[in-house]
Design a protein around this ligand. Structure first.
Ligand code: ADP
Ligand code: MG
Length: 294
């Protein structure tokens, strides 16, 4: 391919809201056969809203809201916003710690508060009563993302938050298929929620990679590469950066322009508007560009 033609191709792409780090990237884009889509913030809006609260409502909301107010995770923002809407100002948190892919912890009004996945709470020595486990499972079956709220060593409530699938995601998935690219869904979220989202956009359950911890996302991409696939990954979060870079080694990393700087820096291509249809478009543009040249 001539450098001039590649430049024309990247110019065309940029008019479509696709920013390519270097014209040579068009070459690897052409060979992609698998596209791993991060769920939250990529396939979905990533703007979650608080839907349900179980346990002693005001207390659960006040303590969980105070800790989540210090986190930037979409779940955290939904919880903090929902708590403030009901209770006004939230108390202060000290010793806030974010545990990627697991939850958050901190001290509020003298209580050590943890909010996150039930398995992580158990690992941390928290007692999770059967009623809480049941409430959590019930919420997840409806397609919500549910987190457990614990303080002073006992789980005491469940918060369910909901995210909406972007209006353009289903079309993006079907266009990928038309291009001969296999779309897969990757998430740290639970399987029930992940499959509900996958169903909505037309990805079969066997192509859903759920409950993958942030540090394992890279391995999932590497495993697919080991199977001989040329993998592109689309993501938005800090948690996706390593996997995006890994995908870029043999295939392609694509970041949502609406996502974090870390994801954008780790990627070869930025989809400026966050419309997932730009992912199949970038493949179509690079194929068209290279066809003209060859
Ligand atoms: P995704 O891969 O969908 O972007 P993450 O890896 O960020 O999801 O998070 C995976 C899971 O870890 C969440 O579904 C939730 O159970 C838990 N989690 C992560 N961050 C938080 C938080 N701030 N508050 C509560 N739970 C959290
Ligand atoms: Mg994400």
């Amino acid at each position: 391919a001539t450098p001039t033609a590649l430049l024309v191709g990247s110019g065309r792409a940029s008019q479509l809201g696709i920013v390519i780090k270097g014209p040579e990237i068009l070459e690897s884009t052409r060979r992609i056969d698998t596209m791993v889509l991060d769920k939250t913030g990529t396939v979905t809006e990533g703007r979650m809203e608080l839907a349900d609260v179980t346990g002693s409502r005001a207390e659960v909301l006040r303590l969980a809201g105070a800790v989540e107010a210090a986190s930037e995770h979409p779940i955290a923002q939904a919880v903090a916003t929902g708590a403030r809407a009901e209770l006004g100002d939230l108390p202060e948190v000290t010793g806030f710690t974010g545990h990627a892919g697991r939850g958050v912890s901190g001290t509020v009004e003298g209580h050590v508060v943890l909010v996150g996945r039930p398995a992580w709470l158990t690992e941390r020595g928290v007692t999770v009563p059967d009623g809480v486990t049941r409430d959590h499972a019930d919420a997840e079956r409806t397609g919500a993302t549910a987190v457990v709220v614990a303080w002073d060593g006992t789980a005491r409530g469940v918060l369910a938050v909901r995210d909406t699938v972007k209006a353009t995601s289903a079309e993006a998935v079907s266009r990928l298929r038309e291009l001969g690219v296999r779309p897969m869904l990757l998430t740290g979220d639970n399987r029930a929620t992940a499959e509900a989202v996958a169903r909505e956009v037309g990805i079969p359950a066997e192509d859903v990679l759920a409950e993958v911890l942030p540090e394992d996302k890279l391995d999932v991409v590497a495993r697919l590469q080991g199977e001989g696939r040329v993998v592109a990954m689309v993501g938005d979060g800090v948690n996706d950066a390593a996997a995006l870079a890994q995908a870029g080694q043999q295939g392609l990393g694509l970041a949502m322009g609406t996502g974090t700087d870390v994801a954008i820096e780790a990627s070869d291509i930025t989809l400026v508007t966050g419309d997932l249809r730009a992912a199949p478009t970038s493949i179509a543009v690079s194929r068209a560009t290279l066809r003209v040249i060859k």
